[in-house]
Structure formats: structure tokens, C-alpha cells
Write a protein that binds this ligand. Structure first.
Ligand SMILES: [Zn+2]
Ligand SMILES: [Zn+2]
Length: 73
């Protein structure tokens, strides 16, 4: 009767973790790209956007970070 428990536990292993980092578009002041919070959540491990190196571009949603949460989920 333990068979049903195995399918339950496998769901928890694929959760995406995020780091909170300073928005590069506004340097923490708050702007439209970070919802005026000054920080953005990015997929762990947090890395600067490889396209612009943190200068902000369309690929990073103008946050300067790779894989910002939400926009590309
Ligand atoms: Zn910002
Ligand atoms: Zn970029």
C-alpha cells in the first residue's frame, strides 16, 4: 500500500530557486523593470546577463541579469 507515496515525493525535487539581486536598470532606486522594488528575482545561481554584461538589454528584460523571474517562465 506504499505505492501511492512515491509519486507524491517526486514533485518536490524540481522547484526553481531564485536569488534576489539589485536591479541594474535603476541600481536599486526602483523602475518599471523591477516593479519599483529596486530588486529582481533571478534563477539561481544569479548571473549577469551574458548578452549585455549587466548593461540591460531586451534579453534580460532590462534588469541586467540572466533569467529574471516571470518574464520567461
Ligand atoms: Zn529597476
Ligand atoms: Zn541583458
Amino acid at each position: 500500500m506504499a505505492d501511492t507515496e512515491m509519486s507524491k515525493t517526486s514533485e518536490n525535487t524540481e522547484q526553481t530557486e531564485y536569488d534576489t539581486v539589485t536591479c541594474h536598470a535603476c541600481d536599486g532606486a526602483g523602475c518599471v523593470y523591477c516593479n519599483k522594488t529596486g530588486s529582481v528575482e533571478v534563477k539561481k545561481p544569479a548571473k549577469l546577463c551574458p548578452k549585455c554584461g549587466g548593461d540591460c538589454c531586451i534579453y534580460c528584460g532590462y534588469t541586467g541579469w540572466e533569467n529574471p523571474r516571470g518574464k520567461y517562465d
